[in-house]
Design a protein. Structure first.
Length: 241
């Protein structure tokens, strides 16, 4: 009886840790990226490019602090400055030859809202696997702590292209079924199909008008010749930077 009580206490002590570990795995911000790339590979397609984006709204007075921090920590970054009627943009690009991904820090300064600015982190690559994930996840966590908030929404996007006889519409239907997506809006044009929806398999979501929340968009675009592009985004497939 005494041994049983000890075992029972150990189980009680371990339960929260087991629950947190399971919850962490279930709600990982990069789980969508893994789910999407697995789906693409399982249908004998190659991942074209993947992208991860984090955003943070800041005051324009903070711009000099972040610029100095990036230039100090990443002295080998290339810096490009562009400007239009609405905003000024600074792009810091980190080209590491041995890295599995390319990093960019983008600062956008609004000319229409005097106090408003935004800093973005964008990582891109052409292969997503366990090796890439194990290298990228610590980097993501580091940046969330140093620059962004822990609850920052992480936007992901994956593209693939194919030629020939694959039924792209059927692939979109399979993707929706696999993730049990509630389809909120469907746009169907001659050479373009786009679906906006919500899946409970991913924890992050953003407001979507009167329809509650959304956390996934996926689209098919038929290009010149026989080439078709499939794009999967969480929550969105378009970038405004």
């Amino acid at each position: 009886m005494k041994h049983f009580a000890i075992i029972f206490i150990i189980i009680l002590l371990l339960q929260p840790h087991l629950f947190l570990a399971a919850q962490s795995k279930r709600t990982s911000p990069l789980q969508p990226l893994t789910d999407i790339t697995d789906f693409i590979k399982n249908h004998n397609l190659e991942v074209g490019t993947w992208e991860v984006t984090m955003k943070k709204d800041i005051n324009q007075d903070e711009m000099s602090y972040y610029k100095e921090m990036l230039q100090t920590q990443y002295p080998h970054m290339t810096i490009k400055e562009t400007e239009n009627e609405k905003s000024k943009k600074f792009v810091f690009t980190n080209h590491q030859k041995k890295s599995q991904f390319v990093e960019k820090f983008i600062m956008v300064v609004s000319k229409e809202m005097q106090s408003y600015a935004q800093i973005l982190y964008v990582a891109t690559g052409d292969e997503w696997n366990e090796s890439t994930k194990s290298n990228f996840m610590p980097r993501l966590n580091q940046l969330k702590s140093a620059i962004f908030q822990e609850n920052t929404t992480i936007f992901t996007c994956v593209k693939t292209e194919y030629n020939g006889i694959i039924d792209g519409v059927l692939l979109l239907e399979k993707f929706s079924t696999r993730l049990q997506i509630e389809e909120l809006q469907i746009l169907n044009e001659e050479d373009f199909i786009s679906v906006t929806g919500l899946t409970k398999k991913w924890s992050q979501a953003i407001p979507y008008g009167d329809q509650g929340s959304m956390n996934v968009q996926f689209a098919l675009r038929e290009g010149m010749g026989a080439k078709t592009t499939l794009t999967f985004g969480t929550p969105v497939i378009t970038n405004e930077y």
